[in-house]
Design a protein around this ligand. Structure first.
Ligand code: FNR
Length: 184
């Protein structure tokens, strides 16, 4: 069975480490996971007025989330939290409450930063938010500290064997988790 996975990357910066990490995940994932990138950097700021007559970008976001039973977040940490662009997308996806696109979603996350604790604190915030809005967040953690600038190549190739094995194991575990929950 294939499973659609919305891929949300919390940085659109040119040369983004997290974009490279997202590509690595897409390369390493088993073929059962079919990733769809979610564009979030052109969304308006969330407020309740958006629900009255949602603009095209909002409808596009919700439609993408709704057609995929799973979602995967790859994000930097900004001041020990998640980047605002990602929080905005999460908030928009959660409304209207009766059509919360996150409810029951099968979710995992990871993130990269040059810092020693590679997004650990930011991911805790993300985990807490997703739990509140009803997503099924996979237990376990994966923090990537970009100790060397070329740890992951632009195309997502990982030369370093232990880093590749670490990410592979995490993605495989997500595939197994998603299969189990989406089968129910
Ligand atoms: C950062 N950065 C950062 N790094 C970190 O490990 N913990 C943090 O709390 C922060 N805070 C933070 C705030 C802001 C506003 C910026 C712009 C940056 C550094 C950040 O991890 C680094 O710029 C990454 O390279 C960003 O990810 P991308 O864009 O390369 O994917």
């Amino acid at each position: 069975m294939t499973i659609g996975v919305s891929m949300l990357v919390g940085s659109s910066r040119a040369g983004s480490l997290n974009e490279r990490l997202a590509k690595a995940i897409e390369r390493l994932a088993p073929k059962e996971l079919v990733f769809e990138r979610v564009k979030i950097d052109d969304l308006p700021f969330c407020d309740a007025d958006l629900e009255k007559s949602p603009p095209e970008q909002v409808l596009r976001l919700k439609a993408t989330l709704d057609r995929n039973p799973a979602a995967f977040f790859v994000m930097p940490e900004f001041n020990r939290s998640l980047p605002a662009v990602l929080k905005n997308a999460i908030d928009i996806g959660s409304r209207p409450m009766a059509a919360n696109s996150w409810r029951g979603k099968v979710v995992a996350m990871t993130g990269a930063s040059p810092g020693a604790i590679g997004t650990a604190v930011g991911q805790q915030h993300l985990r807490q938010i997703l739990s509140v809005i009803g997503a099924n967040v996979m237990a376990g953690e994966a923090y990537i500290s970009f100790s060397q600038p070329d740890l992951i190549a632009d195309d997502g190739h990982i030369e370093n064997e232990s880093t590749r094995a670490f990410i592979q194991a995490y993605v495989d575990r997500f595939a197994e988790f998603a299969q189990r929950l989406c089968d129910q």
